[in-house]
Design a protein around this ligand. Structure first.
Ligand code: NAG
Ligand code: NAG
Length: 282
């Protein structure tokens, strides 16, 4: 009898998922969250049904151990219904972790299917167009990562176009927590650099002319600065579909809510007034 139930569970599970293998060489995001497009993501109704049926089978197999509910006082709520109590208590058993594992597998699987569909229709264009750099820093970054081009999902790569205003257009010091970056200058003259980690904090920098390439290793703080009197443009490839950006000044002085000014005053050896001033600018 038990063997039959296992067979049925496996059979129904087989209907609910197709074989999909994919991986990314780096974590995909800051936090592990569901993909942000609820339409078409998650499970189809067939998958939910088969999933639910397989869960019931598992629960039946495990019924003797589904007794964890005694520790909860459920007597005065709808939760006291025997079926709900049964489900509830199942969660405290070993099969609840199996349940969650299945849920993850199925959600993941349908995310892959969704991305496959989007991959077919990805359509990003306009990277050849010069961007407006009239802003505080005199630079504009145009990213093409998984947010702009869902087809990059699970592929572990992305790219950016960066435009710099003449005479000091700056891509301010920042870091990509999940990607190394390789940059090529197409026009203009850029002073670029990155700083190694503690304790050396060594600045490695260079002046780049058109056609020259520089690499910023993952996680290290880096910048590009237009030292020419002409407009500059560079392209860069990044080793993650979702590299992330932490702009140092914004993270430190522009956090929301603000970091206590006393902390920053001490950390940066500044007086409190100066910190408040900086905080008002980011
Ligand atoms: C791709 O974008 C171009 C211009 O933005 C548009 O003309 C074209 O119809 C789009 N193609 C698809 C398949 O969305
Ligand atoms: C560039 O952006 C600035 C500020 O947003 C705006 O005033 C200006 O008209 C823009 N220039 C062009 C050519 O679009």
């Amino acid at each position: 009898m038990e063997a039959l139930q296992i067979f049925v569970a496996i059979f129904i599970l087989a209907l609910a998922s197709s074989l999909t293998f994919a991986s990314d060489p780096s974590p995909l995001q800051d936090f592990c969250v569901a993909i942000n497009d609820p339409k078409g993501s998650g499970m189809s109704s067939l998958q939910i049904l088969s999933f639910f049926l397989s869960y019931l089978c598992l629960c039946l197999m495990n019924i003797q151990t589904c007794t964890g509910y005694e520790s909860y006082d459920l007597s005065h709520s709808y939760l006291s219904h025997p079926f709900i109590r049964h489900l509830y208590s199942s969660f405290s058993n070993i099969n609840s972790s199996f349940f969650l594992l299945l849920l993850c597998l199925l959600t993941e699987n349908s995310a892959k299917m969704q991305s496959l569909a989007k991959q077919m229709t990805s359509n990003f264009s306009g990277l050849h167009i010069r961007k407006n750099t009239s802003n505080t820093f005199g630079s504009t970054v145009t990213p093409v990562n998984v947010a702009q081009m869902p087809g990059l999902h699970t592929l572990g790569i992305s790219m950016v176009r960066i435009d710099y205003a003449p005479n000091g257009g700056l891509n301010p010091p920042h870091t990509h927590p999940r990607a190394s970056e390789v940059l090529v200058v197409l026009e203009g003259t850029l002073h670029v650099g990155f700083v190694t980690s503690n304790p050396d904090n060594r600045l490695i920098s260079k002046v780049l002319y058109p056609g020259e390439v520089f690499v910023f290793p993952v996680g290290l703080i880096h910048f590009q600065y237009n030292i020419g009197n002409t407009y500059a443009v560079a392209f860069a490839g990044l080793s993650s579909e979702n590299p992330g950006v932490i702009t140092i000044a914004n993270a430190v002085f522009g956090s929301n809510p603000s970091i206590n000014a006393d902390i920053l005053a001490k950390a940066f050896n500044l007086d409190r007034k100066m910190v408040k001033n900086l905080q008002s600018k980011f």
